[in-house]
Design a protein around this ligand. Structure first.
Ligand code: PLP
Ligand code: COI
Length: 367
C-alpha cells in the first residue's frame, strides 16, 4: 500500500535573521548554539494520522503543563547533517537511513511511524529554505535535528499518547568537541548502566540521554571528557559512548583490522558506524563486529595489538580516544595521539560528505 503524500503548507518568515547576525553565527558556529530561521512541524492524531505539515518561522512552543511528554518522556530524535558541495550546492548524508532508524525508535516507544519519504521531504524543505545557513568552511555543516514527542494533555498512563508532534530544527555546526580532533579521554562507567537487554538502548529516545548525564558528570569529575558504557549484565563488554559509537584498530598498516562492538540491542546502530564498516572495507582493511571487553582493551593496548581507538557519530564525526580511566585502571591509547588509520578513515568520510571523495555508495542526497 502506498501512503498518500502529505502536502506541506509553506509559511516563510517575514523576519529572517539579519545577514550580519547569520554571518557572525556561521563564522564560529560551535555546536547547537544558533538556530536557523525556520522549522518543520507535522501533527499526528489517533484516527486521523499525519496532518497539518508546515514549514514555518522558528519560534517557541506553547505547551499545557499536563502535556504527556513533560511527565513520561515519550520522545525520540535524530541527528544528521547537510554539507556545502564544491559546486555550491547542498547534500545531506544518508537521510533515508536516519528516517528508517526514526521509525524503529518510534515503534519501540509506542509512537506512530513517519513515512521515510515525508521525513526526507521535511529535511529537503527546511534545508532549501534555510540554505544560506549551510556553512561553506572546511568540514562545517548544517546539523538537522528531527524529533517527535507526545502532545496529548493528560496524566493517565494506561496507553501511549494519542497525539504527537514531529518537528525538524536546524543549527549550523563546527566542531562538536571544542578542541577539534584532539584525542578525548574516557571514563569506563562501572556503577551506572545506559541500557539493559529488552530496554530502549537501540532507540534514539531522550530518556536514554537523561539517564546518562549523571555518569557524564562523573566522567568530568574524574578529569575525563566522555563516558564509555559497558553492558548491563556483566559490566565488562564495551558498548558505546554517550553520543558516539566506538572503533578499535588492531595491528597497523594495510593488514590492520578495524572492529566495532556488535549490535546487541543495547547500543545505538550508528549511521557513521555503519558507513565506516563500508569505508574501511573500501580502503582494503579487514573489518569486524565483535565483542570486546575492558580487559581485552587494556591487555591489547599493553601488548600493542590494539593500536588506535576512536569514537564516531554525526555530531562528533571521528574523534580519537587518547586515554582511558576506570575505578581500578588507567592507560594511554597507543602514543595518545590521533592514529594514522583513524585520520585516514576520517579524511575519507569527511571527503565523501563534502563532495571531495567519490560517493561510491550513493550516500549523498542532493537538496
Ligand atoms: N550512540 C549514541 C548514543 C548516539 O547518540 C549517537 C549519535 O547519534 C551515536 C551513537 C552515533 O550515531 P550516528 O552515527 O547515527 O550519529
Ligand atoms: C548526533 O551525533 O547526532 C547525536 O545525537 C549526538 C549527541 C549530540 C546527542
Amino acid at each position: 500500500m502506498t501512503t498518500p503524500r502529505i502536502a506541506f503548507d509553506l509559511k516563510p518568515s517575514s523576519q529572517p535573521a539579519p545577514e550580519e547576525e547569520r554571518a557572525a553565527a556561521l563564522a564560529n558556529p560551535g555546536f547547537g548554539r544558533y538556530y536557523t530561521d525556520h522549522m518543520i512541524t507535522i501533527k499526528w492524531t489517533e484516527g486521523r494520522g499525519w496532518h497539518d505539515a508546515q514549514l514555518q518561522p522558528y519560534a517557541p512552543l506553547q505547551l499545557d503543563p499536563a502535556t504527556m511528554v513533560l511527565h513520561y518522556g515519550q520522545e525520540i530524535f535524530e541527528g544528521l547533517k547537510a554539507y556545502r558541495q564544491p559546486d555550491g550546492g547542498i547534500a545531506v548524508f544518508r537521510p533515508e537511513a536516519n528516517a528508517r532508524r526514526f521509525q524503529l525508535s518510534a515503534r519501540r516507544l509506542g509512537m506512530p511511524e513517519l513515512p521515510v519519504e515525508t521525513f526526507v521531504e521535511a529535511i529537503d524543505l527546511l534545508v532549501a529554505q534555510d540554505r544560506a545557513w549551510v556553512p561553506a568552511e572546511g568540514e562545517q555543516s548544517l546539523y538537522l535535528r528531527p524529533f517527535m514527542f507526545a502532545t496529548e494533555v493528560g496524566l493517565g498512563i494506561n496507553r501511549p499518547a494519542n497525539e504527537f508532534l514531529f518537528m525538524v530544527i536546524a543549527s549550523p555546526a563546527g566542531a562538536y568537541f571544542p578542541r577539534g580532533i584532539k584525542p578525548v579521554s574516557v571514563w569506563l562507567s562501572k556503577e551506572y548502566v545506559r541500557a539493559a537487554p529488552g530496554g530502549t538502548g537501540e532507540a534514539k529516545c531522550g530518556g536514554n540521554y537523561a539517564a546518562a548525564f549523571v555518569a557524564q558528570s562523573e566522567a568530568l569529575a574524574q578529569g575525563c571528557d566522555q563516558v564509555v558504557w559497558l553492558d548491563a549484565v556483566e559490566r565488562r563488554w564495551i558498548e558505546e559512548m554517550g553520543g558516539m559509537n566506538l572503533y578499535f584498530v588492531r595491528g597497523s598498516g594495510p593488514a590492520a583490522e578495524i572492529v566495532t562492538p556488535q549490535l546487541t540491542g543495547t547500543l545505538l546502530p550508528g549511521i557513521t558506524r555503519d558507513s565506516l564498516l563500508a569505508i574501511a572495507a573500501d580502503l582494503g582493511y579487514r573489518t569486524g563486529e565483535v565483542r570486546i571487553s575492558t580487559d581485552d582493551w587494556q591487555r591489547g593496548n599493553a601488548e600493542g595489538s590494539i593500536t588506535e581507538v576512536f569514537a564516531c557519530g554525526t555530531a562528533a564525526v571521528i574523534t580519537p580516544v587518547g586515554s582511558v580511566k576506570s575505578a581500578d585502571a588507567a592507560w594511554t591509547v597507543g602514543d595518545g595521539e590521533p592514529g594514522e588509520i583513524t585520520m585516514r578513515l576520517r579524511e575519507t568520510l569527511v571527503g565523501i560528505q563534502t563532495g571531495r571523495v567519490e560517493d561510491r555508495h550513493g550516500w549523498m542526497h542532493r537538496v
